[in-house]
Write a protein that binds this ligand. Sequence first.
Ligand code: AMP
Length: 189
Amino acid sequence: MHVIVFLGPPGSGKGTQSEILCGKYGFVHIATGDIFRWHMKHETDLGKKIKEYLERGELVPDDITISVVEQKIRESMNPNGFVFDGFPRTLKQAEKLDEMLTKFGLKVNIVIYLNVSKEEAVRRLLARGRHDDKPDTIKRRFDEYEEKTKPIRKYYKDRDLLVEIDGEKTIEEVHEAIVAVLKTRNIIP
Ligand code: AMP
């Protein structure tokens, strides 16, 4: 069973690529943003607890995020593995993920960093046209992401797990590049 982590700023296509990969290879997609939005929409206890963070665009506290991920791993064991999308977002989360996976007899096998320029991210998110996607807001979120995830990239780079992929190509081309890397590492046949 393999564990793949996607890193990349907003607009890098990591959600799209994670979904394509999971659809094709039967990995379980763990996207913390999606899980949190689901809880908000259904007004669960967790949803009420995290609402303010999401509305302010702030990170949900690590302990809440980590327990959500742990529960999701626990309830979705399958033979093909997991794709993490939007997690880890902090160094603490990266360390906790390693601890958690060890408990399940797993480890992170590869970290794919989708690299896009700020200009391209802005273009894509403006085209998506969500009302909170204004150029300045997008640029700020992009810079914040880059800054905050630098230590995470280093963490995985030091462990020889980080692979950088050009995220500016078409969806199909990026997918093919990801597949090629996963094949070389024997993560998919
Ligand atoms: P996303 O869909 O990944 O952009 O996430 C949407 C929102 O969910 C973020 O702005 C955070 O408030 C929260 N969130 C998602 N993933 C995490 C995470 N790993 N750690 C903390 N907060 C998160």
